[in-house]
Design a protein around this ligand. Structure first.
Ligand code: PMP
Ligand code: GLN
Length: 379
């Protein structure tokens, strides 16, 4: 058939993980932990299965999970979303992003995003008939130039998609960025899709700046998160979005026919986990800071130049002292010949991205990180 997405291939994450497996390489490419999530969470899943919680969950998510999300949001961002009308549980953040884009973007609408950008946004915009308008951020800071942003706005601008802590750059937005965003869009009916899946993996002293902490912006925003990142269970595919009632109603119109509802016992187990062990997410920055620092220290003897990592479980490394290959070719070579798989940055950019940068995932056991660093230090 004639393709609706002719230029699109298989995601870089699937490609690189397959290549890693084929060459028995240490896989620091696709972002997932090589250790398990909390035993308590696994026990609660088994418990709820044994109690017969095995039929459809309510379309918007089970009540105890929505209540726990409301409490956590109030604790962290000073805003308590309404349990019934403002929180929707989704099949991972991926589904929330897709449902939000599908619900909001009309044919001919313009959508602004910041490159490098996570790979699931643009295809959803294209399928909805929207037009991507991209702002290219530059390493090492990947900061938004707000004059450039304002110049890109047009009467057709409908949605801005942002991501903080940011995959793949590992930078974070400050409160001042949200203030500038609001100043730029206040006068127009523009919505904000804020991808905050790494909200609990933020090393910034000030903590994660959420769109939900901004009183005006949150009236226009859909904030998206994922329990996969927070509880080391990417395979569970449970996420959620928080948005004002009118926006949530539109997202739910899509969600109810995309998946209808999400895995019931997993939702109940996650509700127990959030309620009984809030220290898990409170301690997550420290948990990942230790891994990041160990990996950075181990790589200090290498010829890679490391970029600052303010959040997420990704570290960017500049390999210009090691090779002239472009980043895609370098990642393939690194996987096949050195036995370490990484993700090239250029795949997250629509325009040429001539920098020699790769993304390394440090959500790994210490032994995995040490073994990878040993190989990388030999280059
Ligand atoms: N957004 C970003 C920035 C991500 O990194 C990811 C997953 N790695 C997702 C969304 C998707 O999250 P989920 O696995 O919960 O669908
Ligand atoms: N978001 C994960 C990453 O950035 C991958 C998720 C996926 O494979 N779709 O590595």
């Amino acid at each position: 058939p004639e393709s609706k997405l002719p230029a699109l291939g298989t995601t870089i994450f699937t490609q690189m993980s397959a290549l890693a497996q084929q060459h028995n390489a240490i896989n620091l490419s696709q972002g997932f932990p090589d250790f398990d999530g909390p035993a308590y969470l696994q026990e609660r899943l088994a418990y709820h299965v044994s109690q017969g919680a095995n039929q459809y969950a309510p379309m918007i998510g089970v009540a105890p999970l929505r209540e726990a999300i409301a409490q956590k949001t109030a604790e962290l961002y000073g805003y308590q979303p309404d349990v019934n009308s403002e929180i929707t549980v989704t099949a991972g953040a991926t589904e929330a992003l897709y449902a939000a884009i599908t619900a909001l973007v009309r044919p001919g609408d313009e959508v602004i995003c910041f490159d490098p950008s996570y790979d699931s946004y643009a295809p959803a915009v294209t399928l909805a008939g929207g037009i991507m308008k991209r702002i290219a951020l530059q390493p090492p800071g990947f900061r938004v130039d707000w004059a450039e942003f304002t110049a890109l706005l047009s009467p057709r601008t409908r949605l801005v998609i942002l991501n903080t802590p940011h995959n793949p750059s590992a930078t974070v937005w400050q409160k001042s960025d949200f203030a500038q965003l609001w100043e730029a869009i206040a006068a127009q009916e523009i919505y904000v899709l804020s991808d905050e899946v790494y909200e609990h993996i933020c090393f910034d002293e000030a903590g994660h700046a959420s769109v939900l902490a901004h009183p005006q912006l949150r009236e226009r925003a859909i904030a998206v998160s994922s329990f996969g990142k927070t509880f080391h269970m990417t395979g569970w595919k449970v996420g959620y979005c928080v948005a004002p009632a009118a926006l949530s109603a539109e997202v739910r119109k899509v969600h109810q026919y995309l998946t209808f509802s999400v895995n019931t016992p997993a939702q109940l187990a996650l509700a127990d986990m959030l309620q009984q062990h809030p220290e898990h997410y409170r301690e997550l920055p420290e948990f990942y800071r230790a891994r990041r620092d160990r990996f950075v220290e181990a790589l200090s003897a290498s010829r890679f130049k490391l970029l600052p990592c303010e959040g997420t479980y990704f570290l960017l490394a500049d390999y210009s002292a090691i090779s002239d290959l472009d980043d895609v070719a370098f990642c393939q070579w690194l996987t096949k010949e050195v036995g370490v798989a990484a993700i090239p940055l250029s795949v997250f950019c629509a325009d040429a991205f001539p920098h020699k940068l790769i993304r390394l995932c440090f959500a790994k056991q210490e032994a995995t990180l040490d073994a990878a660093a040993e190989r990388l230090c030999q280059l």
